[in-house]
Design a protein around this ligand. Structure first.
Ligand code: F3S
Length: 390
């Protein structure tokens, strides 16, 4: 890979050990994927923040890295952690809380923003055509497909390296020729809610691998529903993008038909806890947008959460701050608006949660393995009804 004189200096260690390590990671990656050069990025988004998913080993690496002078060169956001600063911090064992705070401290020393979220685009929307180095798969698909920004699906270390160097190797989704759809998807029924959009994503992810689908009939979909589609697509497969519309050129592509039974079958297969009384009702995977919080607040108005049910609405700090009155409404009903966390990366099993209802296909997919919980899928309105009395 070609390196400029300045990049050579970084690789040779003239700009410090941390930058040198980061440059080595990027050069290795670029060589592996046949990149010809590094390109500047507008922002980075780093995963590997929750102590539950990270574990102990990387903490010392992060500490050493921060001590060596690793600092973000571009605006860099972080994925959710394993607790929020109020509700779960009080309820989880002190040992887990301490470890989590230690991880956040190390990232803080590197100058990463503390808006812990899988929807960094709610904090700052990337411009169309911007090159990014994002590591959260649901955000990657959303950025490429809905926002028109360009990012590969980074791992935690490569996103961190890109943040410190301010660049990423020019391959994959950064190349126009790799952003063309290669299969046309015809959906045999109008999709009616976010769960069905998520189910379509999960079904396609399984059948397409890393191919980019052009999906007919989703032009008018709400962005929150496309968010569910993309999150599920990235959960079951390796595609980093979908296209909304089948153009004339797309009609020449190989066709895949998705029938109503494929959608309902996917929902059923992911509803492992069907009919069980939920210990938890969870909305906010990926993190809730402003409009989702407003919808929940409208539905809970004047009602109360069942005494033996937890009701969590997860979002980012920036959305929670903007949604003040809606947050008050949800919390007055007995629900919890939790910032910077989600069920999958927290320890819901420690809290005794065994069954949940959610509108997120991604959460339903991971619940049995990562949370030891059974999930039932239902659209947002039904989720709220499952949480409330009367
Ligand atoms: Fe975000 Fe957690 Fe879902 S990180 S995409 S809410 S699994």
């Amino acid at each position: 890979m070609y390196l400029s004189r300045e990049e050579e200096r970084v690789l040779n260690g003239e700009c410090g050990a941390a930058s040198q390590t980061c440059m080595r990671i990027l050069v290795r990656l670029g060589d592996l994927f046949g990149a010809e050069k590094l390109i500047p990025i507008d922002s980075a988004h780093v995963s590997g923040v929750s102590y539950k998913t990270l574990g102990d080993a990387p903490i010392e690496f992060l500490r050493a890295f921060a001590t060596q002078g690793a600092r973000a060169k571009v605006p860099t956001t972080l994925n959710p952690q394993s607790l929020d600063q109020q509700y779960l911090r009080r309820r989880l064992p002190a040992r887990l809380v301490e470890k989590q705070l230690d991880i956040l401290d190390q990232y803080g020393r590197m100058g990463f923003e503390r808006c812990l979220t899988c929807t960094p685009y709610h904090l700052r929307t990337p411009r169309r055509g911007a090159h990014l180095a994002w590591a959260e798969s649901s955000a990657v698909v959303y950025a490429n497909s809905v926002l028109g920004a360009w990012t590969n699906r980074e791992g935690g270390p490569s996103a961190l390296a890109a943040s410190v160097v301010g660049k990423t190797p020019d391959y994959g989704m950064h190349r126009r020729e790799n952003r063309q759809p290669n299969v046309l998807v015809e959906v045999g029924k109008p999709l009616e809610n976010e769960v069905e959009y998520g189910a379509l994503g999960a079904y396609l992810g399984k059948s397409l691998g890393d191919r980019i689908p052009a999906i007919q009939g989703i032009d008018g979909a709400e962005e929150d529903w496309l968010k569910q589609l993309g999150a599920a697509l990235a959960t079951t497969g390796m595609a980093n993008m979908f296209c909304k519309t089948g153009s004339r050129k797309d009609r020449q592509l190989e066709k895949i038909a998705v029938e109503a039974a494929d959608i309902s079958g996917t929902v059923e297969s992911l509803s492992s806890g069907a009919n069980a009384k939920p210990d938890l009702v969870f909305i906010g995977c990926p993190h809730c947008s402003m409009s989702e919080i407003e919808r929940v607040a409208g539905l809970v108005k004047g009602r109360k959460v069942k005494p033996d049910t937890e009701f969590w609405v997860c979002t980012s700090q920036c959305v929670k701050q903007k949604a003040g009155p809606c947050v008050e409404q949800i919390e007055a009903s007995g629900g919890h608006v939790l910032e910077g966390v989600c069920t999958v990366v927290s320890w819901i099993e420690v809290l005794g949660i065994r069954t949940m209802v959610t509108n997120s296909v991604k959460t339903a997919y991971y619940a049995p393995t990562l949370c030891k919980a059974e999930a039932t899928l239902a659209p947002l309105r039904d989720c709220v009804d499952a949480a409330l009395q009367g």
